[in-house]
Design a protein around this ligand. Sequence first.
Ligand SMILES: C[S@@+](CC[C@H](N)C(=O)[O-])C[C@H]1O[C@@H](n2cnc3c(N)ncnc32)[C@H](O)[C@@H]1O
Ligand code: SF4
Length: 447
Amino acid sequence: MLKSELFAARVPRYTSYPTAPHFHPGVNQATYRQWLSALPVDLPLSLYLHIPFCDTLCWFCGCHTTVVNRYAPVREYCDFVVDEMALVATALGSKRPVRHIHWGGGSPTMLQPCDIDRLSGALARYFEIVPDAEFAVEVDPRGLSQECVNAFARAGLTRASIGVQDCDPAVQRAINRIQTREETAQAVAMLRAAGVKSINLDLLYGLPRQTLKSWKETLHFALSLDPDRLAVFGYAHMPSFKMHQTLIPDHLLPDIDTRLRQVELASQILIANGYVAVGLDHFAKPEDSMGKAVSSGTLARNFQGYTTDTASFLIGLGASAIGSLPQGYVQNASVVPKYRTALARGDLPVSKGIALSQQDRLRRYIIERLMCDLTVDLGDACERYCEEPEVLRDSLSRLAPLIMAGAVSVEGLVVRISPLWRVSARLVCAAFDTYLEPAQARHSISA
Ligand SMILES: C[S@@+](CC[C@H](N)C(=O)[O-])C[C@H]1O[C@@H](n2cnc3c(N)ncnc32)[C@H](O)[C@@H]1O
Ligand code: SF4
């Protein structure tokens, strides 16, 4: 099999295992209430809060978001999120300690300052936010106001994750995201001046009209802002799931070989400038907590991608938000009207989820370690989850074409992904995924 054919295979991003397409309505609000009430009282939680609104639509966007041209629905949505916090806190039965908070979207920075104050005030009312809690927010730098930055700073923001994508005007026109370099630089400066210590920049390769030359310029521009971390995502083009992506014609997209060269270029430039590679698609300064997590083998992966957050209880708040509990996963209704209707009835807005079997836990551990460390000791994994390595026999045989291609090696029970195949580690993970059906079109290509 050719390397480019392997890279073109469609596989999940493995931000969970089992992955979200396997969640089902059999896990409902009654299940969630029961799971919440069984959580040990003193174990710290992580919170994810989803703001599914944006001012304009980027044509590449794969996130759960809606464009609004009036603010009223956003304010009303905040009321419902506060209701959800109250219901979750009641189901938990006591105020639980929280170490990590992440607001994502959509664009949390389109919230008005009074709503940022209101949501962060409600979080502090229903949960015990520990004094050194990490608080990260996804930031759209376009039109970011000083008042918005001040409100997040008041709420205790410690890290901002800023969407940059690409700074070439031709690429920006082709994705309907016009963002000047000055706007991006100003957002970074405002956040730093407000005391936000850690800055992450999101970049995207594989975009329409993106050439190696323009991509190189984007990378150097990003470096000029001295970020602590960078996420270098490959554009996932799935127009059959995201209708608006049809606005990006296929013929404008770089081919697989160009995408691979773009990844290699990013790696070379970022590593030459002192960053360490984190998992498949992140880079961090060695002194950043994510850089340190790589060297200590404590990097984790959750719905926000790579994280230093190792908490086993993640509560998701807001439409489409996913929670990860020791018992399994739960997902809220994806569309805002359904989310609101459930809360208006006084119900937790869970629409689906999945309970984990012991084998799911074993496979989840293996996939997380492969995604984070690019290596896993299957013997050690089986011991942790009291399973016999025999249960992984089919998975090991599925690795054969990848071993032949040089993507992965297996010595005894230790699986190692070649650094040259880092970007496609999820192909190796897919061999351990017993839910995956062949040729699943709902996932993006691996490179
Ligand atoms: C919620 S957005 C970040 C905050 C803000 N909404 C913005 O765009 O600036 C999260 C990130 O997901 C990435 N993303 C969105 N759509 C994607 C796609 N189709 N494929 C790969 N990455 C994508 C982008 O890099 C984006 O910055
Ligand atoms: S990329 Fe960000 S700003 Fe653009 S539509 Fe998606 S969530 Fe909104």
